[in-house]
Design a protein around this ligand. Structure first.
Ligand code: TPP
Ligand code: SF4
Length: 277
């Protein structure tokens, strides 16, 4: 890692505990580079995570960090942002953490368009608890709780975020680490709820069960299956079904932001009650 980026890490917490070949470190690297690019003030930045391999990231980041309970990162983050709107608030979460137990918090944060940036580390599985299937495990894929193939239809979490009201949505992958950095940079720059899904690899649990035995196999799979948004637009709907679209998927600049809306109400009521000058 470049020397000037070391200040963003708690070096005394390293080496990290992620398995060899895990993609989560690549997403952390992209996040750090994006934070540096945007020039966020370390003292004014709060990073919140839930529980899971992905959520270990807050342990390594040298910011104000909250490692909260499973699925509740967004609820804590919403409280932090409303308590002090001057803070930059970032949520880091796994696909299980954000889309299963934390699913309601996530869609309501998007609905409110609160100025929080969320990065979901999507390894398609519950990594920390040894490979149970998650809402993002593809139909037919294997997990410890899907030994004969998952029968559930997976969420497209980016589509869910767009329809819930998120004003910035992007999807990247660890294979395309530079693009992932660019997406997180744009998300951090964006005012309103910004969401980036980072496709990550878990060779230990997802890979081994799905005939992708090594991290290299998993990265090759990402390379084969992902397609940039512009290129995808040239494909038929059937061909698109076979691919995972990456890039900036959605951006609107004019949706009212939640904290600002909330503050307008406070100002109006304060004037009425005569509690402001
Ligand atoms: C309330 C509660 N339920 C279940 C658990 C057990 N648990 C810990 S991590 C985890 C899943 C993590 O998976 P994911 O969010 O996909 O992240 P990953 O580990 O794959 O990065 C679960 C179910 C818990 N800690 N708390
Ligand atoms: S179990 Fe999977 S997600 Fe967790 S650290 Fe290992 S490779 Fe990464």
């Amino acid at each position: 890692m470049a020397v000037h980026l070391r200040k963003y890490l708690r070096l005394n917490k390293l080496p990290h505990i992620w398995c060899p070949g895990c993609g989560h470190g690549i997403i952390l690297n992209s996040l750090i580079r994006a934070i540096d690019e945007v020039g966020l003030d370390q003292e004014k930045t709060v990073v919140v995570s839930g529980i899971g391999c992905s959520s270990r990231a807050t342990g390594y980041l040298n910011f104000n960090t909250l490692h909260t309970t499973h699925g509740r990162a967004m609820a804590f983050a919403t409280g932090v942002k409303l308590g002090n709107p001057d803070l930059n608030v970032i949520v880091l979460s796994g696909d299980g953490d954000s889309a299963a137990i934390g699913g309601n918090h996530l869609i309501h944060a998007a609905r409110r368009n609160i100025d929080i940036t969320t990065v979901v580390f999507n390894n398609n599985i519950y990594g920390m608890t040894s490979g149970q299937y998650s809402p993002l495990t593809p139909k037919g894929a294997y997990g410890t709780t899907a030994p004969y193939g998952n029968v559930d239809q997976a969420f497209d979490l980016c589509d869910l975020m767009i329809s819930s009201g998120a004003s910035y949505v992007g999807r990247g992958a660890t294979y395309h680490a530079k693009q992932l950095t660019t997406l997180i940079t744009s998300a951090l720059d964006h005012k309103g709820f910004s969401f980036v899904e980072g496709i990550s690899q878990c060779p230990t649990y997802y890979g081994r069960r799905n005939n992708l035995k090594t991290a290299v196999d998993m990265l090759q799979w990402q390379k084969d299956v992902t397609i940039k948004k512009k290129a995808a637009e040239k494909l038929s709907p059937e061909e698109q079904q076979e691919k995972i679209m990456i890039g900036e998927l959605h951006k609107v600049a004019d949706r009212p932001e939640y904290v600002e809306e909330y503050e307008k109400v406070i100002e109006k009521v304060s004037k009425k009650e005569g509690t402001t000058g």
